[in-house]
Write a protein that binds this ligand. Structure first.
Ligand SMILES: [Fe+2]
Ligand SMILES: [Fe+2]
Length: 146
């Protein structure tokens, strides 16, 4: 009989929204690496900026979810997010000098940083509570009538 834990993917943190974020971020990092390896630097720069924005949004979403349930344990996780973001910014600093000089290394670094982020989340999976999805944002129409 398959246990609940073994039914999960090895990359699952046990929360559908976070797992979906992680999958999309991984695909975005691979697209960036592919563009960098192909030497398409302007396209890689655009993909990188989109990737970093998506990473920032993901970290915030994850922190909001965790803050609701694990306030006492949130700071180490948030510190790890900040550390990873600082490392990501090495790729774009000084007018994307690192990407322009070593595109293959820049692509690999982005993927490795995402891997570290996922590994960190997975290491804490046992500590993740059963998180409820965030409520949907109100539409502009809802705000006008409230
Ligand atoms: Fe995280
Ligand atoms: Fe995450």
């Amino acid at each position: 009989m398959q246990s609940e834990s073994s039914a999960r993917s090895e990359h699952s943190v046990g929360h559908a929204m976070l797992d979906d974020d992680h999958r999309k971020l991984w695909l975005a990092a691979q697209s960036f690496r592919d563009a960098a390896l192909a030497g398409n630097i302007p396209h890689a720069m655009s993909l990188f900026e989109r990737l970093v924005t998506a990473v920032q949004v993901h970290f915030l979403r994850e922190e909001l979810l965790l803050a609701a349930e694990l306030a006492a344990d949130l700071e180490p996780h948030r510190a790890e997010h900040h550390r990873l973001l600082r490392q990501f910014m090495l790729i774009s600093g000084d007018g994307f000098r690192f990407l322009r000089s070593w595109p293959g290394l820049a692509g690999d670094l982005a993927c490795q940083l995402l891997r570290q982020s996922l590994d960190h989340d997975l290491a804490e999976t046992d500590g993740f509570p059963d998180l409820e999805p965030l409520p949907p944002l109100p539409s502009p129409g809802d705000q006008l009538h409230s």
